[in-house]
Design a protein around this ligand. Structure first.
Ligand code: AMP
Length: 218
């Protein structure tokens, strides 16, 4: 089952994708995670994208599309995948259609106040990338990852001044993408203004209704 998750930064896409990826046994592919990993490794790609990612600006389409195309060719994607953070422009959505056929697009929505609250409290493990929230999903020991003991940090682009820019950019770029998938009749809106477990349950219900759970053997 080939899925795309869309929604504003901070809505919790990453957390829903992580949960569903475990349940459905398909990879969670986050372009943001790929870029952060490459920046950490100081690879050629990392050097190219660093200036965009740290300022909360979109990485140029030709770079992102190539990265996704290569990732989707990998063996672990044969039963499907969850794309999180891609496409982010109409051009990327059209490029994705040339790469593969998407079964379902889940569009996560919540009021703006909910989104701001989620972003400002988000913390990420420096070592394993696990996601926490100081209020809604706190680690057992403040500042430390439950899974690996790594140090938790706030992403540069989760800081308020960058968040405002990202939300504005999101609104401008996503309307045509949402319209594009609506027209293709593969978009379903999910109310993300609820507890993580409720949202995940809802996603599974949608997959079942669409007959996608059976077809992938899950
Ligand atoms: P994310 O973790 O999805 O919020 O992504 C973090 C940053 O990575 C974004 O602010 C962009 O700079 C970059 N990025 C991730 N995905 C894309 C994409 N599909 N197109 C352009 N830039 C992206």
């Amino acid at each position: 089952m080939k899925m795309v998750f869309i929604g504003p930064p901070g809505i919790g896409k990453g957390s829903y994708a992580t949960e569903l990826s475990k349940i459905l046994k398909i990879p969670h592919i986050s372009t943001g995670d790929i870029f952060r990993e490459e920046i950490k490794k100081e690879s050629e790609l990392g050097k190219q994208v660093k200036k965009y990612v740290e300022k909360g600006l979109l990485v140029p389409d030709e770079i992102v599309i190539k990265v996704v195309e290569n990732r989707l060719k990998k063996e672990d994607c044969r039963n499907g995948f969850i794309l999180d953070g891609f496409p982010r422009t109409l051009n990327q959505a059209k490029a994705l259609d040339r790469i593969t056929d998407i079964d379902l697009v889940l569009n996560f929505t919540a009021p703006v106040e909910t989104i701001i609250g989620r972003i400002s409290g988000r913390r990420i493990c420096r070592k394993c990338g696990a996601i926490y929230h100081v209020k809604f999903m706190p680690p057992r020991v403040p500042g430390k990852c439950d899974k690996c003991g790594g140090e938790l940090y706030q992403r540069e682009d989760d800081k308020p001044e960058v968040v405002v820019k990202r939300l504005k950019e999101y609104e401008e770029t996503f309307k045509p993408i949402i319209d594009y998938y609506k027209e293709k009749k593969i978009l379903v809106t999910v109310n993300a203004n609820r507890h993580l477990k409720e949202v995940v349950k809802d996603c599974l219900k949608i997959l079942e209704e669409k007959g996608l759970l059976k077809s992938s053997g899950n």
